[in-house]
Design a binder for this molecule. Structure first.
Ligand code: SF4
Ligand code: SF4
Length: 352
């Protein structure tokens, strides 16, 4: 019965959230730590270079509650809303993950999170997972060789943890969506089929997309043509940057600018792409937030370079995700598809 009520509760939440998504989402990063060293992520870059940030490692539950309440009071969100718990770090490392989920639920937020699945969250028997609308498992391929190249984790351990998280969340009333975000690199297209079989075995979705430089500073350098040669060489060997570059154009609009983005210390950041500090969240208002994103030189440069358009990458990857729904993924076709994109006339000036 409890299970049924939880499912009903989460369905009602998701329906209310989906009914009108305007001013519905905020991003509050609950962790300032990640245990991976991914080559194309800015946190991985910092981990490999032993760069640490001052400040707290995990957001206090009380502060999290205050931020959710403030966002609602100041109309950053209205009605049933969504809070994303990750930006550049690993949310499941939070030592009191269940209390974070409970706080979100009490404040009428659904939850989205993305995890590398290297650690299992600490949960209690009465943990209520019904507010979790979306859990994304970020995978750099489906073999130990791919994990050695990017996340540097034990592949079997990750598979075990993914299965365990799906099972545990479902047992605790999660009715939300689980997705394997499969980062398609040049070296792992042949692993998609196995990833799909694994996703099917857990009754979860596979969501492949072409990997790119998911690292604000290095991405900017790439667009400006100032990336160091060794990094650029790896980009040309591993990624499908040209696929994106031929489609992305300067814009006057940014799809992510609308979402309040707060770091673990309660400071506003420019967005999920850029770390520029904008001051304490409790001094921010929606009007000030909008004005900053219209006038700030960082946003102006970002839009002029086409970087703001990067959020449209989901649209570009849509055919790939549709393709993944077929019974058998033909990776030869997939590679040909990517190469055709790169070789089309519009891509002539694209970088590797
Ligand atoms: S991509 Fe994810 S798992 Fe990898 S270093 Fe970045 S935050 Fe950590
Ligand atoms: S324009 Fe660029 S820096 Fe500004 S919010 Fe959008 S993605 Fe972030």
């Amino acid at each position: 019965m409890t299970q049924f009520l939880r499912a009903l509760k989460s369905l009602t939440h998701f329906a209310a959230y989906k009914a009108n998504r305007h001013r519905k989402s905020i991003l509050v990063e609950i962790s300032n730590v990640c245990n991976a060293q991914c080559y194309y992520c800015q946190t991985g870059w910092e981990n490999r270079n032993h760069i640490t940030h001052p400040g707290t490692s995990f957001m206090e539950v009380e502060r999290f509650k205050q931020i959710l309440a403030y966002a609602r009071k100041t109309s950053f969100v209205k009605g049933q809303s969504l809070v994303t718990l990750h930006n550049w770090h690993e949310p499941l490392l939070h030592p009191d993950f269940p209390s974070i989920i409970k706080a979100a639920q009490q404040a009428s937020y659904c939850v989205e999170l993305s995890t590398n699945a290297n650690v299992l969250p600490k949960i209690s028997p009465d943990f209520d997972a019904s507010p979790i609308a979306m859990t994304i498992f970020s995978m750099p391929g489906f073999s130990q060789a791919s994990y050695d190249k990017i996340h540097r984790f034990d592949f079997e351990h990750i598979k075990h943890n993914i299965a365990q998280i799906v099972k545990t969340f479902r047992q605790h009333g999660c009715f939300g969506r689980f997705i394997i975000a499969f980062h398609v690199y040049q070296f792992n297209t042949h692993e998609l089929q196995a990833a799909k079989a694994f996703a099917r075995s857990l009754a979860i979705d596979l969501w492949p997309y072409f990997a790119f430089i998911c690292d604000g500073p290095r991405h900017l350098q790439y667009l400006k043509g100032t990336l160091p040669n060794d990094y650029l060489l790896n980009v040309s060997k591993d990624l499908f940057m040209g696929f994106y570059m031929k489609n992305l154009k300067p814009s006057t609009f940014c799809p992510v600018a609308k979402n309040l983005t707060v770091d673990v210390d309660g400071n506003c950041r420019m967005c999920c792409n850029d770390d520029t500090l904008l001051g304490n969240v409790f001094e921010m208002t929606p009007e000030r937030w909008d004005r900053i994103h219209q006038e700030h030189p960082v946003c102006k440069e970002c839009m002029a370079l086409g970087k703001a358009n990067w959020e449209l990458a989901d649209d570009l990857n849509f055919p790939l995700q549709g393709f993944a729904q077929f019974k058998r993924i033909n990776f030869t076709y997939l590679k040909a598809f990517a190469l055709t994109c790169l070789q089309s006339p519009k891509a002539e000036n694209a970088k590797p």
